[in-house]
Design a protein around this ligand. Structure first.
Ligand SMILES: NC(=O)c1ccc[n+]([C@@H]2O[C@H](COP(=O)([O-])OP(=O)(O)OC[C@H]3O[C@@H](n4cnc5c(N)ncnc54)[C@H](O)[C@@H]3O)[C@@H](O)[C@H]2O)c1
Ligand SMILES: [Zn+2]
Length: 385
């Protein structure tokens, strides 16, 4: 475990049945011109009306950028930011999943257009917040509302990369289960597994520490007991609220620790083959955790004890780790996520490219307790083809 670590969190976080109502008091008398960052899917889901009502009640004038793309490239993000700058806003409200929140974060640190997104790719330390952000996640999720990270694709390199700077951490976060009530099951499942991956990777990371452990374990407990119902049942608002809380906790765990080889090896699946982030992680999750098992026995056993009742504490560490992996397998099966690369058009002939791209994500591979060699990466990809 790391001996030096730090924890940075969003300014204020609201969670609960009526978390959205806090919008009124956040903006009232403090801001005049708000811009909502969102996308067409969210607009179609009919979940913008309520936040708009509260913002209007809070007395701000509103403009809406509703054409944000999913899994944005750096240039797509730049185009949105160029339009945003002409709007002269004094507060940003991101209502959406990770894609929307990440673009909103970038817009808040580019100094009203003084910096371009491509400048920040090269020199992330230049990020400087010039406008505050309110994040309302509509997937549960990436945890982007908690992290200093923003992920964009670089088309010419067929890669996804993270820009990381503490100024990108949200000023206000509103976690309200109603925002994910119409989330289609497929998206709820893959984004839920993304949160699960964040939590278990951060807990078993070389960068794990007391802060990240606290949030990762709580996230795992919430996810294990809520993910299935939250995805299956449209009316399970309590479980959906718990999933939002869990993905936020897992995001905090990322800020304090870091993800590992699951995320590292899943990046090329998004960057080159455009598999959505959550699905890409669901594909790599079990093979990587099984590979890591001999090096993470203690951690897996602790997770098992933490998320289950104490009567099973008599099992050996190895048995607990095995049971944890079995339970994960069961969750993935119940959520019906397609975890074979072949179904996304990837074949054995793509292996070399995948291995090359995966090995380049050194930033995360170095967090993995068990070294991932080129041969191991190849074997892991081969398992899911
Ligand atoms: N910054 C971070 O810390 C971080 C962490 C993980 C992932 N990411 C990034 O986040 C992006 C993925 O975000 P995501 O998985 O949340 O998906 P997303 O934001 O790309 O959304 C996926 C789809 O779901 C729809 N949708 C979202 N909420 C909905 C709702 N409530 N009802 C109906 N439809 C809804 C959207 O319209 C979109 O079509 C990727 O680019 C990934 O790399 C960022
Ligand atoms: Zn993720």
């Amino acid at each position: 475990m790391n001996s030096n670590y730090e924890l940075r969190m969003p300014g204020v976080v609201y969670h609960g049945e009526n978390a959205l109502e806090s919008l009124v008091s956040i903006v009232q008398g403090k801001y005049n011109r708000a811009v909502i960052f969102t996308d067409k899917g969210i607009e179609k889901a009919g979940i913008l009306e309520e936040p708009i009502r509260y913002l209007t009640q809070g007395g701000v004038s509103l403009e809406i950028l509703n054409e944000l793309p999913s899994e944005p490239t750096c240039d797509q993000a730049q185009k949105i930011i160029d339009r945003f700058i002409t709007m002269k806003a004094d507060i940003i409200i991101a209502i959406g999943g990770g894609s929307v929140m990440d673009i909103a974060k970038l817009a808040s640190v580019t100094g009203n257009g003084a910096l371009k997104v491509r400048d920040l790719l090269k020199s992330p330390h230049l990020c400087k917040k010039t406008i505050k952000t309110i994040m309302i996640p509509t997937t549960a999720g990436t945890g982007s509302e908690a992290t200093p990270n923003c992920i964009v694709a670089i088309p010419e390199k067929e890669l996804k990369v993270g820009i990381v700077h503490t100024d990108m951490i949200a000023d206000f976060v509103l976690l309200d289960g109603r925002m994910i009530r119409n989330l289609p099951k497929k998206i709820a499942a893959s984004t839920g597994v993304d949160a699960l991956a964040h939590a278990i990777e951060c807990y078993t990371s070389n960068k794990a520490n007391s802060f990240s452990d606290l949030f990762a374990l709580e996230a795992l407990k919430l996810i294990f007991s809520n993910i299935e119902k939250a995805c299956e049942d449209v009316n399970a608002i309590k479980e959906k609220g718990n999933m939002l809380l869990a993905s936020f906790y897992a995001g905090v765990a990322i800020s304090a620790s870091g993800t590992t080889a699951v995320h590292a090896l899943s990046y090329p699946l998004g960057g080159k083959y455009h598999i959505p982030h959550g699905i890409a992680n669901a594909i790599m999750l079990l093979p990587v955790l099984k590979y890591n098992k001999p090096y993470c026995l203690e951690e897996f056993a602790t997770v098992y004890d933490f998320v289950h009742s104490p009567e099973v504490q008599l099992l050996s560490k190895d048995e607990k780790a095995e049971k944890l992996l079995k339970r994960l397998e069961e969750i993935l099966h119940k959520l019906s996520i397609e975890t074979s690369l072949r179904s996304y058009g990837i074949k054995e002939s793509d292996l070399d490219t995948l291995v090359q791209a995966g090995m380049e994500v050194e930033r995360l591979l170095m967090n993995n307790k068990r070294e991932v060699t080129r041969e191991a990466a190849r074997e892991l990809y081969l398992q899911v083809i």
